[in-house]
Design a binder for this molecule. Structure first.
Ligand code: DOR
Length: 436
C-alpha cells in the first residue's frame, strides 16, 4: 500500500477553497480533512505514511491539463522526446498533456497513437494523450480514419500546424465527428493569406519591412467553422486564439448556444508583436504575437470565460533552427514550465478561475473529466498539483527540463511555482524536483 499525505495546504477546486490535508492511498484520494493545529489529519495516517509532502503556503489543486503540446517524438527527437516533454510538463504542474499530431509519422494511424501512449506510460510522469489527425498526413485532402481512432479512445482530432483549408472536407469531418462523440480542434489559418509571413501584419511589421500574417487569416476560419458548427451541431475547439475579433466571434457563437470552446496560449496574453523588432526568432510563433489591443482582448476573453482554457502550444525547436534568419526559422516557443507562473503573474483573474482554465475546463474538453481535473474529494483519482502562488523565480533556459531552450521568457521574474506534482498517486515532482 502506497500512502501519500499532502499536509498543510489550501485545497482549491471547483467546490471552492479550504484548508485541508489530503491523504492518498494507492492512487486514490481517501481523506480530505481540515488541518489540525499540528497540520496532521490523524495519527494512523501519519504512522503508515510512506511520503509526507509539505504544502504549507501552497494551493493544492486538481492536476493541470494542457490541451496543446508538441512532443516531437516520433521523428524530431533532437528537439524533444516524450520523456523530456513529460518531465517539463510534470515540473510545470501538468498531470495530463494532449500531444499534437504533427510528428513524423503523424498521428493518423493507430500504430502511431499507440506508440505515443506507450512512450508516455514508459516515462510515467503524466498522462500523454495523443490527438488524432483530422486528415491523412495532415495534408487536408482525405479524412484520417476517425472512426477507428475514436474506437481506440482518441477524443480530440486536429491537423494542428495546419488548418483544414477545404470547407467541404471540414464539413464532412464534422458530420462524422458528431455521431462518434469526438471533438475537432482547429488551427485557424487561411494559408493563402499567410504565405511567407513571419509576424503579425500591422504597423510594426510594415515598419520593420517583414512579411505579415494578417488577423483576418485566423478570423475567417474561426467564422467559417462557427457556421459549420451551426450547420452540423458537432463541437469545435479553437486552438491558440490570438486576435480580438476571434474572441468576439467565439463570444457571439457561445451566446448563440453553439458547442464551441477555445484556448489561448500564455505568449498571446503576455508578449506583443513589437518584440520582433529584435529580429530574434525566439519570438516567431504561429499564430504570431499580436498587438497590445489583442492581448487585452485575450485577457478579457479568459476573464469572462469566452476562452475556456489556457494551453501552452509548447513547441520545442533546437538552437540551430531558431538561430536561422527570421524567414527560415520555425515558429514556436516553449511553454510547459512557465504557463502557470505567467497566468498567475499576468492575469488579473481570481486564482480559482486561473486554475479552472488550466485544469478542469481543459480536462472536460479533452474528454478526460473522470481522470483529470477531478475535485479534491475522497474517491477521486489522485492527479494533483501543489504550487506556491507567491514564490518568485527567474526563468533560466539552461535550467528547464525541455531538451530545447527556445523560451521567450529568459531572465524574466515570475510569481508562482510548482512544489509537488502527484500523478496517479505518485509524487513525480517533490520540492520542485522531478523524481524520474
Ligand atoms: O508556433 C507554432 N509551432 N505553431 C504551430 O501551429 C506549430 C508549432 C510547431 O509544431 O512548432
Amino acid at each position: 500500500m502506497t500512502t501519500v499525505i499532502i499536509r498543510g495546504g489550501t485545497v482549491l477546486d471547483q467546490h471552492g477553497e479550504r484548508p485541508a490535508d489530503v491523504t492518498i492511498v494507492d492512487g486514490i484520494i481517501t481523506a480530505v480533512g481540515a488541518t489540525g493545529p499540528d497540520g496532521a489529519t490523524g495519527a494512523d495516517d501519519m504512522a503508515s505514511a510512506a511520503v509526507v509532502l509539505d504544502a504549507r503556503g501552497c494551493y493544492v489543486t486538481p492536476g493541470l491539463v494542457d490541451l496543446h503540446v508538441h512532443l516531437r517524438e516520433p521523428g524530431r527527437e533532437e528537439a524533444e522526446t516524450i520523456q523530456t516533454g513529460s518531465r517539463a510538463a510534470a515540473l510545470g504542474g501538468f498531470t495530463a498533456i494532449v500531444a499534437m499530431p504533427n510528428t513524423e509519422p503523424p498521428h493518423d494511424t493507430l500504430a502511431t497513437i499507440e506508440f505515443v501512449r506507450a512512450q508516455g506510460r514508459r516515462a510515467g510522469l503524466c498522462d500523454v494523450v495523443p490527438a488524432g489527425c483530422i486528415t491523412v498526413a495532415r495534408a487536408g485532402v482525405a479524412l484520417a480514419p476517425l472512426g477507428e481512432l475514436a474506437a481506440a479512445g482518441v477524443h480530440l482530432f486536429t491537423d494542428d500546424g495546419n488548418g483544414v483549408q477545404d470547407p467541404g472536407l471540414m464539413r464532412r469531418a464534422l458530420e462524422y465527428a458528431r455521431p462518434l462523440g469526438i471533438t475537432l480542434a482547429q488551427h485557424c489559418e487561411v494559408t493563402s493569406l499567410t504565405k511567407g509571413a513571419v509576424m503579425h501584419e500591422g504597423s510594426c511589421c510594415s515598419h520593420l519591412g517583414l512579411p505579415g500574417w494578417p488577423a483576418i487569416a485566423e478570423e475567417l476560419m474561426v467564422h467559417r467553422d462557427i457556421e459549420l458548427v451551426r450547420l452540423t451541431g458537432a463541437p469545435v475547439h479553437f486552438l491558440h486564439l490570438s486576435t480580438a475579433r476571434s474572441v468576439a466571434l467565439v463570444r457571439a457563437a457561445k451566446a448563440d448556444g453553439l458547442p464551441v470552446t477555445a484556448e489561448a496560449a500564455p505568449h498571446h496574453f503576455t508578449l506583443s508583436d513589437e518584440l520582433l523588432a529584435s529580429f530574434d526568432a525566439v519570438y516567431k510563433v504561429n499564430p504570431p504575437l499580436r498587438t497590445p489591443a489583442d492581448i487585452a482582448a485575450i485577457k478579457a476573453g479568459l476573464a469572462d470565460g469566452t476562452i475556456d482554457a489556457i494551453a501552452t502550444d509548447h513547441a520545442p525547436h533546437p538552437p540551430e533552427a531558431k538561430e536561422a534568419p527570421l524567414d527560415e526559422a520555425p515558429p514556436g516557443m516553449l511553454g510547459l514550465e512557465t504557463a502557470l507562473a505567467l497566468a498567475i503573474t499576468e492575469l488579473d483573474m481570481p486564482i480559482a478561475d486561473v486554475i479552472a482554465a488550466l485544469s478542469w475546463k481543459p480536462a472536460a474538453i479533452a474528454g478526460l473529466a473522470g481522470r483529470h481535473g477531478c475535485p479534491i474529494i475522497s474517491g477521486s483519482p489522485a492527479n494533483i498539483t501543489v504550487f506556491d502562488p507567491a514564490l518568485q523565480w527567474t526563468v533560466v533556459p539552461a535550467q528547464l527540463a525541455s531538451l530545447s531552450r527556445n523560451t521567450p521568457y529568459a531572465g524574466r521574474t515570475l510569481r508562482g511555482k510548482v512544489r509537488h506534482t502527484i500523478f496517479a498517486g505518485v509524487p513525480v515532482v517533490i520540492n520542485g524536483r522531478a523524481q524520474r
